[in-house]
Ligand binder design. Structure first.
Ligand SMILES: Nc1nc2c(ncn2[C@@H]2O[C@H](COP(=O)(O)OP(=O)(O)OP(=O)(O)O)[C@@H](O)[C@H]2O)c(=O)[nH]1
Ligand SMILES: [Mg+2]
Length: 297
């Protein structure tokens, strides 16, 4: 079972595709039209769907695909090529590394930070967390609970403190303690986009100034259950800051895996991790071919 989850990310999508393809004796236009409709209604945007079925039509002609099983394999291949961003799927192994976790509230930032910290620690890296979500009540405490659980220190200020000051302190501490990976939590939602932009800009400035030698990752955390909304979040956050990759959470509770395809295609952005539960082990490194296989599992 791909990614160790029982439930497919694609759920109904895979059933419906199989119904359309495998129930037919031969490939015809009706089948391709139906396929198009299924993709569009499965959180795969119109443009991306057209790209997939357009390519499929060409491939059927050029590769002389005759049987429905061959169509199935070809769809898998087309999707894999769309989502595969090569080496960019991997979180950099270079250190010192500073990871900024961003995304709207409730998406799973804090939980994903704990999971990534746990992964890094298990790889033998030293990790420090910065509670730079000073906006939401008890956000720092929540991170501290995770820190205690995995045995990782947390730098935290008072609620309402300047998040950049937390990052400043965390960087100084990371340098002194020769920390490999510093992961920074950030506030999910400020009153306005302008505030959020200003805050992220300030944090980036502090990091550039105080830690120019550090490698950087900015991970956007998205809740898969929000479907198309997640796609607009990529657009909005992308306008505010450079994003190095996506963490797509809650793929255990939903069959909205289709948005991986849309995001990969529309933004040319790599998905780095997927969240498949609330536990520390429930974060998987994203593997494009495994994911494409899972469509028809
Ligand atoms: N099922 C499931 N639940 C998840 C996953 N990731 C996070 N959650 C849950 O989602 C809820 C919100 O997660 P948080 O990590 O607190 O989200 P956040 O983005 O930090 O939220 P704010 O701090 O309010 O901005 C928690 O109940 C998590 O346990 C996942 O992959 N699967
Ligand atoms: Mg949080």
């Amino acid at each position: 079972m791909a990614f160790g989850v029982k439930k497919s990310f694609f759920g109904r999508l895979q059933e419906r595709i199989e119904d359309v393809i495998l129930m037919r004796p031969e490939i015809d236009e009706d089948m391709l039209d139906e396929l198009e409709e299924i993709l569009i209604t499965s959180d795969i945007g119109m443009d991306t769907t057209m790209k997939i079925t357009g390519k499929l039509r060409e491939d059927i002609k050029h590769l002389k695909i005759r049987d429905p099983e061959g169509v199935k394999d070809q769809i898998k291949k087309i999707i894999r090529e769309l989502i595969d961003k090569g080496e960019k799927h991997k979180l950099t192994e270079e250190t010192p590394l500073i990871i900024l976790m961003i995304g709207v509230n409730g998406g799973g930032k804090t939980t994903s930070i704990a999971k990534i910290a746990y992964k890094c620690k298990n790889k033998g890296k030293t990790v420090l967390l910065a509670a730079a979500d000073t906006f939401r009540a008890a956000a720092g405490e929540q991170l501290e609970v995770w820190g205690n659980r995995i045995g990782v220190n947390v730098i935290k200020h008072q609620e309402g403190a300047d998040p950049s000051a937390v990052i400043f302190d965390a960087i100084q501490s990371a340098k002194v303690k020769k920390i490999d990976v510093l992961i920074c939590d950030t506030a999910g939602r400020l009153q306005t986009k302008k505030n959020l932009m200003a805050e992220l800009e300030k944090m980036n400035k502090i990091i550039d100034r105080e830690y120019p030698e550090a490698y950087r990752e900015t991970l956007l955390v998205l809740d898969a259950a929000t479907g198309k909304n997640a796609v607009s979040q990529v657009r909005e956050f992308g306008e505010i800051t450079d994003i190095s990759g996506i963490v797509l959470t809650k793929l255990d509770g939903t069959a909205k895996g289709g948005i991986v395809i849309t995001i990969s295609d529309e933004f040319q952005m790599p998905v780095k991790f997927i969240g498949v539960g609330e536990g520390l082990d429930d974060l998987k490194e994203f593997e494009p071919s495994e994911f494409a296989e899972a469509i028809f599992e």
